[in-house]
Ligand binder design. Structure first.
Ligand code: NAD
Length: 549
């Protein structure tokens, strides 16, 4: 029981360290990378706080150094999913009774652990297993994850504080109950922060969770579980299982106590999950919450009042950082004819200066893509573009998977605004450019809005305020995160709540209180201090009394 109206510490964005040569953070990180590479990590599932292994042992390799083995995990099946659900439900009674300030403390402590003693470890794990350079890892695994934990605590308090008015003689209250069952968190490979946030956001609101990370993020997922443990999260509140996606999805969607899925990943998988939940709706004790942030085909539309070098930098950073494997990555750009020669020169100059290779050589801007399936998918688009009449590869186009899954940053120039790579999510280092006649800006906005089923992020570059205003209006539904004179990537927790609509997700805005609202079920409580003792309202009075007045 809390005996005070506590103020939580003010949330702030974790400062990004810059890892310049000779800096203490760089020296420490290099030591931790070496240490982690010197031994293979054994990664069991964590169910009810216990380590669970199966006979199906699988190895983990850095995407940029396939011959090295980082460790092993154990592939489970239906049995482990059920065990994890049972462990979560067992932990539920105690977890939902613990006061909110105790829950807050655990996640505030987790944020400080990431910011301090675990920073190098979570960065090293993310760099090695997901092939992120140090800057990409720092802004994700260290800063964004700490931000999620700190800001979510502040958002929780904001939600709890939001109380109804009370009339005379009455006290109205709103209680934010945890959901009545278990939440299933399904996370993607590309952000360690999302992997940590999806199970922890419902847990912070008092829920119990089964978490299935992506197979290619298990190595850093293990570090997140260590942090939860060290922060004091009770056993069973978040259970981490490593099972095939469809197996977990099947058991989850058929369980009567399934109350919600917190998903980030591809549109295709999310639609399958939604369908499975719908098909089993008669089995559920409560209507499950379905929260999913999915794919993107994010645009940059350039007007001829913008500045060449600003556009060039937005495109080269926005399209190619982390090999384009961000849901928000710029993947289609619309450039006015009059600016194209200079913009082309600028982006080719930047691309020629990019170095590609392992994450341990800090001078590499580009590393490997995540796995063989991604490599094959991305390169099939490149191969087709090299043959198609309406497409021309003007930069990159080479790839090799002997040492690691390396794909050169590639630019496709198309004369067809509906070319396949203007529409479909590739999720790799491929940017497609369509050059429009300067006077066709309005028609181009129409194209931007209608070309792709996605609506996640997008950017307008212009200096003319009427143009910016027109683009904002015309593209109202084309992006859930809209940028003016900035690249479409890099949303910051607490500053630009993230999510899109159409095929890009349910737009429940992770990194905001809106997301946390999905993990509670409000109870309205009315207390009457002096209840009436006669059913008769005054209007039932006798008319004869009126005559006396
Ligand atoms: P994915 O859809 O392949 O996998 C996501 C998770 O779902 C994984 O844990 C996977 O094992 C699991 N899964 C796969 N099939 C399943 C099934 N049938 N039933 C249940 N679970 C299943 O995604 P990914 O390749 O890891 O991540 C990349 C995708 O994520 C891209 O499409 C990207 O745009 C999207 N993404 C979106 C956002 C956002 O905020 N909108 C953020 C990051 C990534």
């Amino acid at each position: 029981m809390s005996r005070g109206m506590y103020e939580v510490p003010r949330a702030y964005n974790e400062p990004v360290l810059n890892y310049e040569p000779g800096s203490p953070e760089r020296i420490k990180l290099k030591r931790v990378i070496q240490d982690m590479k010197s031994r293979a990590l054994d990664i069991p599932m964590i169910i009810g706080g216990k380590e669970v292994r199966t006979d199906d042992k699988r190895s983990i390799h850095p995407p940029h150094e396939l011959k090295h083995t980082l460790g092993h995990y154990y592939m489970g099946g239906e049995e482990q999913v059920r065990l994890a659900i049972d462990a979560a439900l067992e932990a539920r009674a105690a977890w939902q009774e613990i006061p909110w300030d105790q829950r807050a403390s655990i996640f505030l402590k987790a944020a400080d652990l990431i910011s301090g003693p675990f920073r190098a470890k979570i960065n090293a794990a993310t760099m090695l297993s997901q092939s992120k350079n140090i800057h990409q890892s720092e802004i994700d695994a260290a800063c964004e994850l700490a931000d999620f934990f700190r800001f979510n605590v502040e958002f929780m308090v904001k939600i709890y504080r939001d109380q109804p008015i009370s009339s005379k003689g009455v006290w109205n209250r709103t209680e934010q109950r945890p959901l009545e069952g278990f939440v299933y968190a399904l996370t993607p490979f590309n952000f360690t922060s999302i992997a940590g946030n999806l199970p922890s956001a419902p847990a912070l609101m008092g829920n119990v969770v089964v978490w299935k990370p992506s197979n290619t993020q298990i190595y850093s997922a293990r570090v997140i579980m260590e942090i939860f443990k060290e922060a004091g999260l009770p056993d069973g509140v978040i259970n981490m299982i490593t099972v095939p996606g469809p197996v977990g999805g099947k058991v989850m969607s058929r369980h009567p106590d399934f109350v919600g899925v917190h998903f980030t990943g591809s549109t295709e998988v999310f639609k399958k999950i939604w369908k499975a939940i719908g098909e089993n709706v008669m089995l559920h004790n409560t209507y499950p919450k379905i929260v999913g942030e999915t794919g993107g085909k994010d645009f940059v539309v350039v007007h001829n009042t913008s500045k060449v070098q600003q556009v060039v930098t937005a495109l080269t950073r926005g399209a190619f950082e982390y090999q384009g494997q961000k849901c928000s990555a710029a993947s289609r750009a619309y450039i006015p004819e009059s600016m194209w020669p200079e913009i082309k020169e600028g982006i080719l100059r930047d691309l020629n200066s990019f170095k590609m290779g392992t994450v341990e050589d800090f001078s590499n801007f580009i590393n490997a893509v995540i796995d063989e399936a991604a490599f094959d998918k991305i390169t099939s688009y490149i191969k087709n573009a090299s043959k198609d009449e309406d497409a021309e590869i003007i930069a990159g186009g080479n790839f090799d998977k002997t040492e690691g899954y390396f794909i050169e940053p590639t630019i496709i120039l198309t004369t067809n605004p509906n070319y396949v790579t203007m529409q479909e999510e590739i999720f790799g280092p491929v940017l497609t450019i369509y050059v429009y006649e300067d006077e066709s800006f309005d028609e181009t906005l129409e194209l931007v809005d209608k070309t792709s089923p996605y609506a996640l992020t997008g950017a307008i570059f212009a200096n003319d305020r009427f143009v910016i205003s027109k683009a904002m209006k015309k593209l109202t539904n084309a992006a859930g995160n809209f940028y003016i004179n900035d690249k479409p990537t890099g949303a910051v927790v607490g500053q630009q709540p993230f999510g899109g609509a159409r095929a890009s997700g349910t737009n429940d805005k992770s990194g905001s209180y809106l997301n946390l609202l999905r993990w509670v079920s409000p109870r309205s409580i009315k207390e009457n201090f002096v209840p009436p003792e006669d059913y008769r309202y005054p209007f039932l009075g006798d008319d004869k009394d009126e005559e006396k007045i």
